[in-house]
Write a protein that binds this ligand. Sequence first.
Ligand code: NAP
Length: 301
Amino acid sequence: MSARLLAGPPAAAALLVEARRRAALLGRVPELHVIRLGDDPASLSYVTLKNRRAQEVGLGSTVHALPEATSQAELAALIARLNADPAVSGLLVQLPLPGHIDSAVILEAVSPDKDVDGFHPVNVGRLWSGSPGLSPCTPAGILALLEYYQIPVSGQHAVIVGRSTIVGKPLAALLLGRDATVTLVHSRTPDLGSFTRQADLLLVAVGRPHLISPEMVKPGAAVVDVGINRVGVSSSGKAKLAGDVHPDVMEVAAALTPVPGGVGPMTVAQLIMNTVLAAERMQAGQAIGQTIEQPGTAVQR
Ligand code: NAP
């Protein structure tokens, strides 16, 4: 058997077409604002890509490039200004932040209504309680990828390897919301293979090259490889990338996402869709800040 490759680019393109269609139905152009501190080359290339994708689908896009030495108070003041600006639909602060800044405080400073990364505790709570909100881009992009390739989720046993707050945990919440039976395993799980071999749908977000060998996969499973590991440099000077799943899993699985070119493109496409979703919710008066607060149900901002 050789697995069907679940390539990210066509699924990402379909998501971007849908984002463009829905953005055109809005009264105003949705705007994405990205704040970046310092000159880290990886952050710079991620931000450039987000900016380019937003512009390609006709969204407004602004990058606020601040010096590395920007203080936490200055950063918080910019966030407060963008939170209050009705022209701003989506706002994200590119991570990692320099050591003198408390990332948790900054992520909570972003309005939950504009939090297109889905990291604000209000959005985390909404995700787990099944209410509408903004979900983290990588897990939501994975759901869009599975939907594009019509990989069944409801009633399937989904095993997620990795419990990070940006991938594993929100992915568990989203898959539960789609009626999968979910098992979440991590570095303290003994005998990892005994769990992964039970998966109809195996999703791996660890950051260890080729951790998942063919013997750890149930024949016929669908496998999503989230890992991006730099394992060397090619002759042309480009970084060589490897996933968390060994390529020989192709011979066992029914479907597999490649690395690179699998989950990666979905993350940026979902960010664009989240910006459109935020703009739609704001226009419909469904944003948390616009909700009429009733006694006992008020949501704190
Ligand atoms: P992370 O925060 O470092 O979390 C890694 C998780 O893997 C942790 O829960 C850890 O368990 C678990 N783990 C580590 N070693 C393990 C082992 N031997 N067996 C089982 N579980 C193990 O990483 P992350 O941010 O979720 O990212 C994971 C990978 O996905 C990275 O390669 C990252 O580059 C990639 N990624 C890709 C995208 C994309 O757009 N494609 C987006 C985000 C991340 P403990 O909790 O017990 O420590």
